[in-house]
Design a protein. Structure first.
Length: 337
């Protein structure tokens, strides 16, 4: 059964290429759909006024902007790709397409990442952290964090919604844009490989970048994107949500979301606390894995017990999607009580 679920998810990668994005658009819609059901009346009204549609529709937005390309003259243009377009159609009005192009332009060059220059614009770094899996919490002193990472982007968007000035290099035009960012990045924050990473040597053994105080580029796995499970990218396998969930909240996930304790304390502290929780979850995401270098900068992964691993993976995905939806609602309910 577990192997069948895995194979079905793999088929989804073939027929829905958008799943190369974090959680795939289906996952981001599920997170938004859960939050939609848990919003207070005031928060729901504020979301409706700002967006004009539900969080479920808004969830994929920060991946849709990846279709914006930089032209040789320094301008930016949204280039439609039919393979990736389906979840983005709601943002293709003239004004909203201009927003996407403007957002990418404003958030393109204000950071330095990575030194190799491979990055397609700074806005792409907002989707992840790469804290070593050896850690048990999120801390700004750790390697794999930076001023323009996932936790920073969420914190900046929260500041805008609370009428405060965001810190860091983020350019956020208004509250609508901030809400778009939160609807997506809360989902990213709960995908384990978007927060924690393994750093590997030539023998496939863990290397701790915090022990040396720097990341050796030769050990960088890019959040599992340089690791393959046979023909499949390991990170992409974690992005694929369980096939039976569809792209909306299910009774199972809503019940699970409601079972989690409400977030407490200062709202500004929540992103780092949630990242810490995801890092702890990542210990199970990497449990039972065996890595082997296949070529310079690339590794393969196998499992001590694949059936058990796939069953645990399925459980973790359901829990993390439910947490993400619940916490997105908690956040917006706290901002708009």
């Amino acid at each position: 059964m577990c192997r069948a679920i895995f194979l079905l998810n793999c088929l989804l990668w073939v027929f829905y290429p958008t799943a190369s994005w974090s959680w795939g658009y289906q996952g981001h819609r599920v997170v938004g759909s859960i939050a939609d059901q848990l919003l207070s009346d005031n928060a729901r009204q504020q979301v409706s006024q700002l967006l004009g549609f539900e969080l479920r529709i808004a969830g994929p937005w920060a991946d849709c902007v990846k279709s914006v390309e930089r032209n040789s003259d320094g301008t930016f243009t949204y280039v439609e790709d039919p393979k990736y377009e389906f979840p983005c159609t709601s943002f293709r009005t003239a004004s909203e397409q201009k927003r996407m192009e403007d957002y990418v332009g404003r958030n393109w060059t204000q950071c330095v990442y990575p030194p190799s220059g491979k990055e397609r614009g700074c806005h792409n770094t907002y989707h992840f952290d790469d804290v070593a899996v050896e850690r048990d919490h999120f801390d700004r002193s750790y390697q794999g964090t930076n001023a323009h990472d996932l936790v920073g982007a969420i914190t900046a968007a929260i500041a805008v919604l609370r009428d405060k000035t965001p810190s860091g290099p983020f350019s956020i035009a208004d509250k609508k844009e901030a809400l778009f960012m939160l609807a997506h990045f809360l989902g990213d924050l709960h995908q384990p490989l978007h927060v924690a990473a393994v750093y590997l040597d030539k023998k496939g053994k863990l290397v701790d970048p915090d022990a040396s105080g720097q990341i050796d580029p030769a050990t960088e796995t890019e959040g599992g994107n340089l690791i393959r499970d046979q023909k499949h990218v390991f990170h992409a396998e974690w992005d694929a949500i369980p096939a039976d969930l569809g792209d909306a909240a299910t009774p199972e996930l809503l019940s699970l979301a409601r079972s989690y304790a409400p977030s407490q304390g200062n709202v500004e502290d929540w992103p780092a606390a949630w990242a810490s929780d995801t890092i702890v979850v990542s210990h199970n995401a990497f449990a039972g894995t065996i890595f082997k270098q296949t070529s310079a900068g690339h590794w393969s992964v196998t499992f001590k017990d694949q059936e058990t691993y796939l069953a645990d993976q399925d459980t973790i995905k359901r829990q993390q999607l439910a947490k993400a939806g619940r916490r997105l609602a908690d956040l917006l309910n706290a901002i708009w009580p």
